[in-house]
Design a binder for this molecule. Structure first.
Ligand code: ACO
Length: 370
């Protein structure tokens, strides 16, 4: 083996895989399989984008119908998964329950074919995410509605109310933005686990574990809590200065790839404005987020990321804050599955090297002499 070389902390700027699934770039562009994110955000359905991510091309009408009915056939959760969820402590964070239920689902479905396992996992995420939250918070179980789509059903089961078409459409736009994002921390985790030839549930459960952290998917919940704490646009600049002077990270800002603009954040910002206008609602939340974004840009030249603007959209849609990261997971599972397949198509076990910095040449000392 050649000499071990030190790589940048956090693998900053290091490519560890090739991928044909998506590409984010520092110029603020994002493509899914060659299609620009703005085009997909404005024109496509979640199901079309999920098919695109999984299968590599936009579906024909027939392919989309088959895909949608295949997902529907896999909606119901096994009874055993409900039992696992019910056994979780009542004060669990829903994301911990989601991660556990995903693992439990794998234990139930080990005899399915790999393709069926993948459909099952993607299809079950709305009912799984919604009912993980509902059950630990003492609410009754809800099932998806037969003729409705992924986004409508997830919003319906999380809020317990039949959403109107506009709200479901706005929510679906955010799910499209969350679908896939090349080699972020959770997707890298999925690929590492896939490289051991573990099953898709194991890989995606590991992805969910990585997603929970506040530097990654957990940031959308933290960003909303911060916006509520600030309370009004007039207080944004002072709050920011205080946070920066205390060396605190401001949640929902910054990105490893996007250093000037996160295109998903800007699309979400427009969506927040549209949603509030559609509801004839006070635009205070929009003005507050905008004020904080501007103050952060002036102070540090750090842009808002997707989590920063998805959070107030979810809030406006009456979604409980503790469900924001699980919602991210419900959508991102599709990207994880696509990366799982891509990893296996040309697999090589991930096994990086390390540079040992511990002591050498110590002699064992019996316990009574220590
Ligand atoms: N608040 C304050 N300072 C920040 C922030 C932030 N949100 N983000 C970056 N910085 C600062 C860093 O402190 C660092 O300053 P320094 O050079 O003086 O030490 C500098 O900007 C560079 O930042 P890094 O952390 O090196 O950037 P990196 O690419 O490693 O981190 C990350 C990206 C982890 C997302 C970071 O920006 C962060 O912690 N943001 C807050 C959490 C967040 O919003 N995560 C969501 C990511 S997007 C997603 O998951 C959809």
């Amino acid at each position: 083996m050649s000499e071990i070389t030190r790589v940048p902390a956090g693998l900053y700027g290091v490519a560890v895989s090739e991928t044909g699934i998506s590409r984010s770039a520092s110029d603020g562009s994002l493509v899914f399989r060659g299609y620009g994110i703005k085009d997909l955000f404005e024109k496509a359905s979640f199901e079309e984008c999920a098919f695109l991510i999984l299968e590599g091309h936009l579906p024909t009408k027939g392919e989309l119908d088959d895909f949608t009915s295949n997902l529907r056939a896999h909606w119901p959760l096994p009874t055993n998964v409900y039992q696992i969820i019910k056994a979780m402590p009542r004060d669990s964070h829903p994301m911990d329950v989601v991660r556990t239920a995903m693992s439990g689902l794998g234990a139930n479905e080990h005899s399915l074919s790999p393709k069926e396992q993948q459909y099952s996992l993607v299809a079950k995420m709305p009912a799984l995410v919604a009912n993980c939250y509902r059950i630990v918070r003492g609410m009754e179980v809800m099932e998806p509605e037969e003729d409705m789509n992924f986004a409508w059903n997830l919003l319906y089961m999380l809020t317990g109310k039949r959403p109107d078409a506009f709200d479901a459409w706005a929510f679906e736009r955010e799910l499209i933005l969350y679908l896939e994002h090349d080699l972020n921390a959770s997707t890298f985790t999925v690929r590492v686990v896939a490289s051991t030839l573990a099953d898709v549930y194991a890989a995606c459960t590991a992805g969910a574990a990585a997603l929970k952290g506040p530097l990654h998917g957990g940031a959308n919940e933290a960003a909303m809590q911060m916006l509520l704490e600030i309370g009004s646009p007039e207080k944004a600049a002072a709050y920011l200065q205080e946070s920066l002077s205390k060396g605190r990270k401001v949640m929902g800002f910054g990105h490893r790839v996007y250093k000037k603009v996160d295109p998903r954040a800007q699309l979400s910002k427009g969506m927040l404005k549209t949603l509030l206008e559609h509801r004839h609602a006070d635009d205070k939340l929009y003005r507050l987020a905008d004020a904080l974004e501007q103050a952060m840009w002036q102070a540090k030249r750090i842009p808002a990321n997707l989590d920063f603007y998805a959070a107030p959209i979810f809030y406006t849609l009456s979604l409980p804050i503790e469900t924001y990261t699980p919602i991210f997971a419900a959508s991102r599972v599709t990207g994880w599955v696509a990366h799982y397949n891509e990893q296996l198509a040309e697999n090589k076990l991930f096994r990086p090297d390390s540079i040992y910095t511990g002591p050498n040449d110590l002699s064992y000392v019996p316990i009574e002499k220590r």
